[in-house]
Design a protein around this ligand. Structure first.
Ligand SMILES: [Zn+2]
Length: 159
């Protein structure tokens, strides 16, 4: 099996986790346009990944700072799954992807950039989106700027 390391994807977050504030706790306090929060539910909120794998990469996180899914209240888990489906639908409608990745990394060794605060990734995928420049140049090519993604998704999720 070949291994491809992609440390640039979460370097921004892991750099800030050593004794510093949790990005999900701090972002939920900020104004939506500053924090790129696109939706606020009863128990969870949805924000753009500031260093997205692809345009449209969002994360759904509970307001509560909890490290595992089992610590979440049933209502929080249920709403998280409802919002996941809503994001999936919104991304399909807006971006017409070939596929969608949904997932959580629980714990740092499982790949969580912010290990103390669970979050569900939802991101659109296109066939061939791991392009040459991403693999060789360690650079993602993102066709859409975050404020535009924020605006489109906020409207799509608000409907
Ligand atoms: Zn937190």
């Amino acid at each position: 099996m070949d291994h491809l390391w992609t440390p640039w994807r979460y370097g921004y977050i892991t750099a800030g986790t050593a004794g510093q504030e949790c990005v999900f706790c701090s972002k939920q306090q900020a104004a939506d346009r500053d924090s790129f929060v696109v939706f606020r539910g009863e128990h969870n909120f949805i924000m753009l990944n500031l260093y997205p794998y692809n345009s449209g990469h969002v994360m759904i996180a509970p307001y509560a700072h909890i490290a595992t899914l089992e610590q979440a209240e049933p209502a929080t888990r249920e709403e998280m799954m409802r919002l996941t489906a809503r994001c999936e639908a919104a991304l399909r409608a807006l971006y017409k992807p070939d596929g969608v990745n949904l997932g959580m990394n629980i714990g740092a060794c499982a790949g969580a950039g912010v290990a103390g605060h669970i979050h569900m990734h939802v991101l659109p995928r296109w066939c061939g989106d791991a392009s040459f420049i991403s693999v060789i140049g360690e650079t993602r090519v993102l066709p859409e700027e975050l404020p535009i993604t924020w605006d489109r998704l906020k409207r799509a999720l608000g409907e």
